[in-house]
Write a protein that binds this ligand. Structure first.
Ligand code: PHE
Length: 444
């Protein structure tokens, strides 16, 4: 059990804030036309993200067990079909798939942290950021090694079930990351390109909104709030019941997460533009090829670079823990209490191997393509943009239709009747139809 509401908020925020905000959001915005993407993304956070976040945490807190058993227990109590228990299995699978490539990218941030340590100790500067990044991607050994280091860090916490470490990391290091972003936004103002960046991010070109943009923005909304993967459900199971308003808590988490993403955007794009990189089509390397320019330029830049990538690694870490937790909770519940460590290790090994394939797709296996996507791109697309929204849709349907109304109401006692009814219809009809429309539109 989390010791308080604050600890839950910290853990859930730790899950939400991560590479999704600082690595993925800017590059997805860059690849999908800027303002149009951001607008749809914000709408998705408000209309889909918030209600589904409430729903996920609520199911966890009601069920009190691993995601699968929580859903089964609630189904039984509501006399609904036990087949609902399959839904979290898909979420757990999505979380593990995400962990596999996420850990590779977190490995990049560890590598950059190390580069700045060396730079501080006097080795040469990252004069050619694009070249250095390319060199990293071309080096399977280095990619695999950092990916392994990150996976070990993740599995240690999950195996031990350490609440304290998580609490400390989020309570102190998250605000530090926030401060670093503010510093970079400040730097962006001095480049003279902040207005261009704001225009790129916030002036939607409606001509650019097509099925693919909307799907990408929807996927990003689920990804950044850790939804559809049962991560929030797993954390909700440890949330004490008394006096904790789920809507308020979910609101706090969503607001913080969105603020971090927008700050990251306003930190990165002025630098991108100032150094003559095109804001469009930046791809997954965007922050690694742009930010080092700024750190080269700033006084104490190496130190800031080190701090930035170290803090980003911590943010990634508190997220990856929440990807491994649902599967570990489920399987160790099935296999018996003593099995937690072995289960966590086994799942991490599986994710490491799958991630290795993703890492190899950046070099040796670059020729393996699915349409225009390589293995890593495919893994990211299927898990983040398809499975998470689908999982979120099922959770909305589950809480809206299958779960007994009085159970649902019992979890939301402080909500006025009109708000509860509105939330319930959002979950029953609006959210599922929207996700369905997004998926169909992208498929057609
Ligand atoms: N929300 C995390 C981030 O933004 C990623 C995540 C996705 C975490 C799915 C858990 C489950 O980095």
């Amino acid at each position: 059990m989390w010791s308080s509401r604050l600890v839950f908020i910290l853990a859930a925020t730790g899950s939400a804030v991560g590479l999704g905000n600082i690595w993925r959001f800017p590059y997805m915005a860059s690849d999908n036309g800027g303002g149009a993407f951001v607008l749809v993304y914000l709408a998705c956070i408000a209309i889909l993200g918030l209600p589904i976040l409430i729903a996920e945490v609520l199911v966890g807190r009601q069920g009190r067990r691993s995601p699968v058993h929580s859903v089964v227990t609630i189904s039984e109590a509501s006399r609904a079909s036990a087949a609902w228990g399959l839904m979290p299995v898909m979420g757990i699978l999505a979380a593990l798939m995400i962990l596999s490539f996420y850990s590779v990218v977190a490995g990049w941030t560890l590598h950059y942290t190390w580069l700045y340590v060396q730079q501080l100790l006097g080795s040469t500067r990252l004069e050619d950021p694009a070249g250095s990044f390319g060199a990293l991607l071309g080096n399977p050994l280095q990619l695999g090694m950092w990916h392994a280091v990150f996976m070990v860090l993740t599995v240690v916490v999950v195996a031990l079930g350490v609440e304290k470490g998580l609490e400390r990391a989020v309570r102190w290091l998250m605000p530090a990351l926030f401060a670093m972003l503010l510093l970079l936004v400040g730097y962006g103002l001095t480049t003279g390109h902040a207005a261009d960046a704001a225009r790129f991010l916030f002036q939607p070109d409606f001509g650019k909104i097509d099925g693919a943009t909307v799907l990408a923005a929807t996927g990003q909304a689920f990804f950044t709030l850790s939804l559809g993967s049962c991560s929030m459900m797993a954390y909700g199971a440890y949330l004490p019941r008394d006096n904790i308003s789920l809507p308020r808590t979910a609101g706090t988490i969503a607001l913080t997460d969105t603020a971090v993403a927008l700050l990251a955007g306003m930190a990165i794009f002025p630098i991108v533009i100032a150094y003559g990189i095109s804001p469009e089509g930046g791809g997954p390397g965007l922050i690694f090829t742009s930010l080092p320019h700024a750190f080269n330029d700033m006084p104490l830049g190496s130190l800031y670079g080190l701090l930035f990538f170290a803090l980003l690694s911590v943010a990634a870490w508190t997220s990856s823990i929440s990807m491994l937790e649902p599967g570990t909770a489920w399987l160790s519940e099935r296999l018996g209490v003593g099995s937690r460590k072995k289960v966590a290790l086994g799942l991490a090994l599986f994710c490491w191997l799958l991630g290795l394939l993703a890492a190899l797709s950046l070099n040796r296996l670059a020729h393996v393509k699915f349409g225009e996507r390589d293995i890593m791109g495919l893994l990211e697309f299927v898990a983040s943009d398809l499975m998470l929204p689908l999982g979120g849709m099922l959770i909305a349907l589950f809480t809206g239709w299958a779960m007994d109304r009085s159970l649902l109401r019992g979890q939301l006692p402080e909500m006025p009747e009109w708000a509860f009814t509105a939330l319930r219809w959002l979950l029953r009809v609006v959210a599922p139809l929207l996700v369905l429309a997004v998926l169909l539109r992208a498929a057609l």
